[in-house]
Write a protein that binds this ligand. Structure first.
Ligand code: PEP
Ligand code: MG
Length: 360
């Protein structure tokens, strides 16, 4: 337990835990983040982003090799190289979170972020892949995107290159079994597919994950429980949540992207006009900090209702930045979500806010 949570404040937090209904998880992607989150009272990981696992200095060449490969065999060769490191990353996280649910989100960066720019980066990929540097440069130019945040990211990567998600799922299940065998406390992986807009996308990606699970379980002679679900972070996903819940075993509201796509405002550029918008009363608050309850919030409510109508026991959470904002947490309580997920240092605030919301 963190020292800040000892003494009277700790007692207050215990009272809060006694009255709150919402579970509180953390957005954490390293063992250290997970430990901090646990020490602050997190009851699981609500969002383990996996992009950092691909940007690591000693992996990036293999990642670039994978992205620049022109066929599945080339991608698979690079992915095989990345598998052991991913497996040990997931195992370290599962060990810290032993016995608690960990939502792992499959890869979701705009693809171009992986592209090499420097001559020596291209040279390293050329050596690793045994390919011609000019061919790699042409391929990189082909992969340029004009609007990457609306481009080839999220499950679109998984649909076009299923072997990426297959390898990630493999690493997750292998790590989960390793940790279960070592510690006796089986982790509960929840595999989350990003940027889904249609049921068919989720059907295809769930099939990839389920197949990877079956292969690993057969190889290891052991099974573990897991769930496959989706982020709800596009307006269309919220509208079609009833259908998507036929496949998705949980929804996690990605309110960063849901805010961006609903308001049509770039999450990276809103600061340019935010001051004027708040001053003019157009936005009550920064919509990327506090949920726009009458706008984006209505989509959250709609998706929760439609999801539950199809699958009454669907697990519902939020993992956008709003999951650590007290006013947004009060809204999540009203909608009846099961948990909020916040950055590790906001977990205590979220515990208090969840209790206040329950009391209200
Ligand atoms: C989101 O969109 O709300 C989310 C949690 O995902 P990311 O911030 O990684 O896009
Ligand atoms: Mg997102």
């Amino acid at each position: 337990v963190q020292p800040e949570l000892a003494g009277d404040f700790g007692t207050l937090m215990e009272w809060a835990d006694g009255v709150r209904r919402l579970k509180v998880r953390a957005n954490a992607e390293t063992p250290l983040d997970c430990q901090t989150a646990r020490d602050f009272g997190a009851e699981g990981v609500g969002l383990c982003r996996t992009e950092h696992m691909f940007f690591d200095a000693d992996r990036i060449t293999a990642v670039r090799q994978m992205i620049l490969a022109t066929d599945e065999a080339g991608r698979r060769t690079a992915l095989e190289r990345l598998l052991p490191a991913q497996r040990s990353d997931f195992a370290a996280i599962f060990e810290v979170m032993a016995g608690l649910p960990v939502t792992v989100r499959l890869l979701d960066p705009p693809l171009h972020e992986f592209l090499p720019h420097e001559e020596n980066d291209f040279a390293e990929v050329a050596t690793a892949a045994g390919s011609d540097i000019d061919v790699l440069k042409r391929r990189a130019a082909e992969l340029h995107e004009f609007n990457p945040m609306l481009g080839h990211r999220g499950c679109r990567l998984g649909v076009t290159y299923p072997e990426i998600y297959e390898t990630q799922a493999r690493a997750i299940f292998e790590a989960a079994i390793d940790v279960a065998e070592k510690s006796g406390a089986a982790p509960i992986p929840e595999v989350m597919i990003p940027l889904v807009a249609t049921k068919r996308e989720l059907d295809l990606m769930k099939a990839v994950v389920d197949k990877a699970a079956q292969v690993v379980f057969a190889e290891r002679g052991k099974t573990i429980e897991y769930l496959v679900g989706t982020m709800i972070e596009l307006p269309r996903a919220a509208l079609k949540a009833g259908e998507i819940a036929e496949t998705g075993e949980f929804f996690s509201f990605g309110t960063n992207d849901l805010t961006q796509t609903t308001l049509g405002v770039s999450r990276d550029d809103a600061a340019r006009f935010l001051g004027a918008y708040v001053e003019q009363g157009i936005y009550a608050k920064d919509p990327f900090v506090s949920l726009d309850i009458e706008g984006v919030g209505e989509l959250v409510q709609m998706a929760a209702d439609r999801g539950r109508a199809t699958r009454p026991d669907i697990k519902l959470g939020i993992c956008g930045e709003h999951g650590g904002d007290p006013a947004s947490i009060a809204f999540c309580e009203k909608v009846g979500l099961d948990y909020v997920s916040a950055s590790p240092y906001r977990v205590p605030i979220a515990r208090l806010a969840a209790a206040q919301a329950a009391l209200k």
